[in-house]
Design a protein around this ligand. Structure first.
Ligand code: NAP
Length: 493
């Protein structure tokens, strides 16, 4: 347990909404930040008059040029602070007000924000801020978060309280790991989707998914590296598994554009610029192939599939493997022997490669259907499978036992209402396996229901590949039920 605080930030336009949000925030917050700059000006004093909370309160009244919501001139800010009632424990102040509010009897946090990047004179800015300080810079990629993170070490040696934040998805890890490394506070949103700053994480996720107050400097760090990863279900699944086994480990989304910089500056002992206790990571789009050149060893399965989705770090060495094939085949094997089973795989991308590899190992009879027939043909050659020289929309799959969808058709977003095939095309197959896991029930699965055909959804593969990763990292059997439940809760959010 560290002694950092979770500060839930409230931003609303009316007094009623503000007061209601404060009540809700009390469940998770150690401190509640009230962003008075969000309120309609005529609501500020109404809100102040009604304020009453059992949690310590932090007042913020930030002008637009420093990241606040409204244009507030210097005079109005001065008057606000000079008339603040004694209901507050903390004030988040901009540096220019320092001389005006020396009489405020609460803990002052002087803050600096740069929404455009990382200023070159960050050290000077740090030196000029006295007392407890908050420094927030914008990270466009993960390496941009290093400079602000390094201030933590410095502040610790100088006995200075600091909240270092790298804003943006690439800096979200600083919000998760800050408390473990001595940050005084971390800011959180009340609800997912109601962030008051870029990259902010909900208080519920900080507590329930990442357990941020239980982390320390020696906590083992795992994560998913990719771009984008903010909506990944993997942190929910893996953290549920770590919690089940009571391990001092955390799994974090690392949004990474430049893979080379990440490996050099965060991972490799010889070159890294900050010292985090990385033990492994999942790899997702677009780094699954590119990661291979950075590894000390890659296993045969990953080499044949041509992609690594799992890296384990041991004694400074990076070992890569692929659990997608195992994750795909495990749920399917529950339905019987696959030897000579006739399987139609729709799609010829990365997921299809892992499926075909696993199916061929089981001696299944695989036919690839793809919108680009040349891709289907070359994949078929590579894996000694068959391919169809016509589109899957034109086919009745009466000769097949299983139909696997390895295209994104049906995936949340623009493709959600789409299906690769209709009920009447699949009436005679014995099983439909849709790799798409979000939404939980896809349009294809609804077509399978209509045709009265059993189905497997993509969540089964997602959980099975993650549980294989857990086994590689921790050498323990993963708790499948806990991981599935955590993934489902996240998907429904
Ligand atoms: P990918 O490498 O981009 O391959 C997608 C394949 O689908 C390609 O063959 C692509 O054709 C084809 N395709 C794309 N849009 C299409 C459309 N509108 N109509 C017909 N075909 C289309 O993607 P991936 O990594 O293989 O992933 C495919 C799906 O599997 C995704 O929905 C992903 O979420 C899911 N998946 C699930 C799991 C799991 O654990 N459940 C794991 C991995 C992937 P072109 O090559 O012609 O573009």
């Amino acid at each position: 347990m560290n002694d950092g605080k979770i500060c839930v930030s409230i931003c609303a336009e009316t007094a009623d909404e503000f007061i209601e949000n404060i009540k809700r925030a009390e469940e998770y917050a150690d401190v509640i930040e009230l962003r008075f700059d969000c309120l309609e000006p005529n609501q500020i004093y109404k809100t102040l008059a009604r304020l009453n909370s059992k949690k310590p309160l932090l007042a913020t009244f930030r002008p637009k040029e420093q990241g606040g919501k409204r244009n507030i001139n210097y005079e109005k800010r001065k008057i606000f602070w000079q008339n603040l009632p004694e209901k507050f424990d903390f004030a988040d102040l901009e540096f220019d007000l320092e001389s005006e509010i020396c009489n405020l009897k609460l803990q002052k946090i002087f803050s600096f924000h740069d929404f455009s990047g990382v200023p070159e004179n960050l050290d000077e800015i740090y030196k000029n801020l006295s007392g407890a300080i908050k420094i927030a810079v914008q990270a466009e990629d993960i390496a941009d978060s290093i400079a602000v993170w390094k201030l933590l070490e410095r502040a610790k040696s100088e006995n200075k309280k600091i909240i270092p934040i790298a804003m943006g998805a690439s800096g979200a890890w600083t919000r998760i790991l800050g408390l473990a490394h001595g940050a005084f506070m971390t800011y959180a949103s009340l609800d997912a989707g109601k962030e008051t700053a870029r990259g902010q994480i909900s208080a519920r996720d900080l507590i329930e998914t990442y357990c941020v107050k239980e982390l320390n400097e020696n906590t083992e760090i795992y994560g998913v590296i990719g771009n984008p990863v903010v909506h990944s279900v993997s942190p929910s699944m893996h953290n549920a598994a770590f919690k089940f086994h009571n391990l001092d480990a955390v799994y974090i989304p690392f949004e990474i554009k430049n893979l080379d910089e990440f490996i050099k500056k965060f991972i490799r002992k010889e070159t890294r610029e900050i010292d985090l206790n990385f033990k492994g990571f999942s790899v997702t789009i677009p780094h699954k192939q590119a990661i291979i050149e950075y590894l000390d060893e890659t296993d045969e399965t990953a080499k044949t599939i041509g992609a690594v989705n799992t890296v384990k770090i041991e004694n400074g060495k990076l070992y890569g493997c692929n659990t997608d094939a195992q994750g795909f085949i495990e749920p399917l094997k529950n339905y019987g022997d696959l030897k000579k089973a006739k399987i139609a795989v729709l799609g010829a991308g990365g997921a299809a490669r892992a499926c075909i590899y696993a199916l061929k190992k089981e001696n299944a009879d695989v036919t690839i259907f793809a919108r680009d027939i040349n891709k289907a043909e070359s994949l078929a050659k590579e894996f000694d499978a068959s391919f169809a020289d016509f589109k899957f929309q034109m086919t009745n799959f009466e000769d097949f036992d299983v139909l696997v969808n390895a295209t994104p058709l049906g995936m949340k977003g623009e493709l959600e209402t789409e299906t690769p095939v209709l009920a009447e095309q699949i009436e005679s197959v014995k099983l439909v396996y849709d790799l798409v896991y979000n939404p939980f029930q896809t349009r294809l699965m609804t077509e399978a229901d209509k045709a009265n055909v059993p189905k497997i959804g993509g969540l089964a593969m997602l959980v099975a590949q993650a549980s294989a990763q857990q086994k590689i990292w921790t050498e323990l059997d993963a708790p499948l039920n806990e991981m599935s439940r955590a993934a489902l809760v996240k998907l429904k959010q």
